[in-house]
Design a protein around this ligand. Structure first.
Ligand code: GCV
Length: 692
């Protein structure tokens, strides 16, 4: 059947369309006659609004919504206390383990009917639970005997917006910033509410509003009032706001002669500033800060270290319950000539020296959000400091909003990676959720891919990554496949043929992107500046470690960065047995081969092919996958609404052309190092560059 109803993607995964299975529809209609939402708070109103929007659409009939006692088959949403006041107690009480945001969804017999109870300790937990219940309907689950208890595994689940105060977004590929700073605090764009809804639906509970490359004005009273207006919108949805301050603000904003964290006047300035923030935003989440990195000011400017800087800010936040997320994205190559080693060397000696409310925020890999990196060695190296995992949802190095690349698999690979910090089973996930070292706080941060584009993220498939981030932040044990399945059903269709085809596309898209960009452990081959498209020959940056030749080191002898014990010895920053595994050519996993080893072009890989042959095979395989995605997408034309279909089709064509360019430019370039008789390409004119 032709799907003609046009959609523009604005509704994201909250489209609420009737499913394809008639039996399920009958079941849902029987179970949901009435909806009762207890409570009068703003959050209770949001829940009422969401159910009144979703249920008639999903059930294709009206549903009574009230605050009265249930009669017959009803969904009842209320805190445990509110349910008790109505005489409803849970048959089995699991509430003690729920925490503040966890929820229960229970089928329970009461009086003349069957109830579905959605409950928890706080109203926000009810909102998250309500969205979960709606997800069950959106994904056509059996709801006859529900017994779900769910709590977040990670406490702080934050979207980080690299949004500038002038409305531009650093590494943003979906239009302008969502925050209209010029019009705040008076004009509240309705879109803020929809942003909050989308975040709450996947359990995100924090938004860092401004770029970590910070502008000092973000801490001025004018801007704090604007941030407070946003906080007021986000609060009933369970989201707190965070800000990224400029470390030298005491000088620029406060007129002090220094921002040395050891200077009492500097500490006092921050204390007053933080007090001002909490007067305006009583539930302010805290600061996320980039210091002494890529030109940002920091404590080292005054000869202090990262702990001095972090502790001074943390001390100001602590009385208010605020968190300090101190980024470990630092690479001062006077510390080590291998950029991948720098952060570890600066931070490991500081373990144990941070205040209780400091969290050190570590990117997933040691370089910078490349298509694939091994996990950052810091993630296995700090026992006494809670670590936040920073992931990048916006696809800076993965085709931005022009390529369809689902990142669920990448993030699972990182979360499931075993650091061996406390023997086997010491996964990154356990480090991040705090369970490995029994930390009482835990955090995960995703660099947002949202913007003012009508479809939020530029590409209609990019919200899959926003969604996956939220779902994994809530429960990192979910599989990339389960998350993809949910997102597809809610975003596109419940038709099993569509679901299967789209799932294969999503799950194959990240491996394909690695292959057509940076296979076998290659990294940092992109064009400078905008970071879109290939440029392996690039060697003109002001810093060595911004050059691509620094990373691949291609020569007649072979290719790859020797980080083994014979080279930079970055392998030593990993625990055994990884360190030994990565150290040897024979045992280094092929996916990280050229990350850790400089390998001869004629070296044979597990496929039986030489390295050079394998590289060609990988690049070609990646391109072929994109071509296949186009075929699959075209076969679904009648199942997808026309506007979204055409938009995605065009982007897939662009992705295919760009993937081909990556293959041509990279193989052409690397081929120059290989003698012709061994199959190398003739030295050739550089292939044309793609400008973004
Ligand atoms: C916000 C990379 C990006 C920068 C970004 C930086 C960071 O270098 O290219 O745009 O700056 O990472 O994470 O701080």
């Amino acid at each position: 059947m032709m799907n003609t109803r046009d959609e523009d993607g604005y509704e994201l995964w909250l489209r609420y369309r009737v499913g394809h299975e008639p039996d399920r529809l009958a079941q849902y209609r029987a179970a949901i006659n009435q909806v009762i939402v207890l409570g009068t708070s703003a959050t209770a109103d949001i829940i009422r609004g969401e159910l009144s929007r979703a249920l008639p659409a999903l059930l294709d009939r009206e549903v009574r919504c009230s605050t009265h006692k249930p009669d017959g088959q009803a969904v009842v949403v209320g805190t445990l206390m509110a349910l008790a006041a109505l005489g409803i107690t849970l048959a089995q009480d699991q509430s003690s383990r729920l925490g503040e945001e966890g929820f229960l969804i229970r089928s329970q017999r009461a009086g003349h009917g069957n109830l579905i109870l959605i409950t928890g300790h706080s109203e926000v937990s009810l909102l998250i639970g309500t969205f979960h219940f709606l997800r069950l309907l959106q994904t056509q689950q059996d709801i006859r005997l529900l017994d779900i208890a769910s709590s977040p595994r990670i406490r702080h689940r934050i979207l980080s917006h690299w949004d500038n105060l002038d409305g531009s977004i650093e590494r943003g590929y979906a239009g302008r910033s969502l925050w209209n700073w010029d019009e705040l605090p008076h004009t509240i764009d309705p879109r803020y509410y929809d942003y909050a809804r989308a975040c709450a639906s996947i359990g995100i509970n924090g938004a860092a509003l401004n770029n970590v490359n910070a502008q000092v004005e973000s801490l001025s009273t004018d801007y704090l009032i604007k941030a407070a207006a946003l906080a007021d919108v986000l609060r009933p949805y369970g989201l707190r706001v965070y800000l990224s301050p400029l470390f030298s603000a005491p000088m620029q904003l406060g007129g002090l002669p220094t921002s040395d964290p050891r200077d009492p006047a500097v500490a006092a300035w921050w204390q007053k500033k933080v007090e001002e923030i909490y007067r305006l935003i009583p539930d302010f989440g805290g600061f996320q800060i980039k210091a002494n990195s890529e030109g940002q000011p920091g404590p080292r400017d005054d000869g202090a270290n990262h702990a001095d800087g972090a502790n001074m800010l943390a001390a100001a936040l602590e009385p208010h319950g605020g968190l300090l997320l101190w980024r470990a994205f630092v690479y001062d190559t006077t510390i080590d000539a291998d950029r991948a080693k720098c952060a570890y060397q600066e931070f490991v000696p500081l373990d144990g020296k941070f205040r209780r409310n400091v969290v050190v925020q570590v990117k997933n890999g040691p370089i910078d959000f490349q298509p694939r990196e091994p996990f950052h060695p810091l993630l296995g190296a700090m026992e006494q400091t809670p670590l936040a995992l920073e992931l990048q949802i916006t696809q800076e190095y993965l085709g931005q909003s022009l390529h369809l690349v689902y990142l669920g698999g990448m993030w699972k690979e990182i979360l499931d990676a075993d650091t061996y910090a406390q023997g086997s089973g010491s996964t990154v996930a356990r480090m991040v959720d705090g369970s490995l070292y029994q930390h009482s706080t835990s955090s995960i941060v995703g660099v947002a891919n949202t913007g003012s584009d009508r479809n939020w993220c530029g590409h209609h498939f990019a919200p899959a990554n926003w969604y996956a981030f939220g779902r994994l932040a809530w429960d990192h044990t979910l599989s990339a496949e389960t998350i993809a399945d949910e997102w597809i059903r809610a975003t596109w269709s419940n038709d099993s043929r569509v679901v299967d085809q789209l799932k294969a596309m999503l799950l194959g898209s990240w491996p394909a992107c690695i292959d057509y960009m940076t296979p076998l452990g290659l990294h940092h081959l992109m064009q400078e500046g905008h970071h879109y498209g290939p440029d392996p020959a690039f060697n003109a940056a002001p810093r060595q470690d911004w050059n691509n030749v620094y990373y691949h080191r291609a020569a007649a002898t072979g290719v790859g960065f020797d980080r083994s014990s014979r080279g930079s010895n970055a392998v030593s920053q990993y625990h055994s047995p990884l360190r030994e595994q990565f150290d040897q050519l024979a045992t280094c996993p092929e996916k990280f081969l050229l990350w850790f080893q400089h390998v001869s072009w004629t070296h044979r890989l597990s496929s039986g092919r030489t390295l050079w042959e394998e590289l060609q095979q990988r690049y070609t395989g990646g391109v072929e996958f994109v071509a296949e995605m186009i075929g699959v997408w075209q076969s679904l034309e009648t199942d997808i609404d026309p506007q979204r279909y055409e938009h995605v089709r065009q982007r897939l064509m662009q992705q295919r052309d760009n993937a081909r360019l990556w293959r041509e430019v990279c193989l052409n370039y690397f081929g120059r190092f290989i003698p012709r008789e061994k199959g190398g390409a003739a030295p050739d004119q550089p292939a044309s560059h793609h400008s973004r």
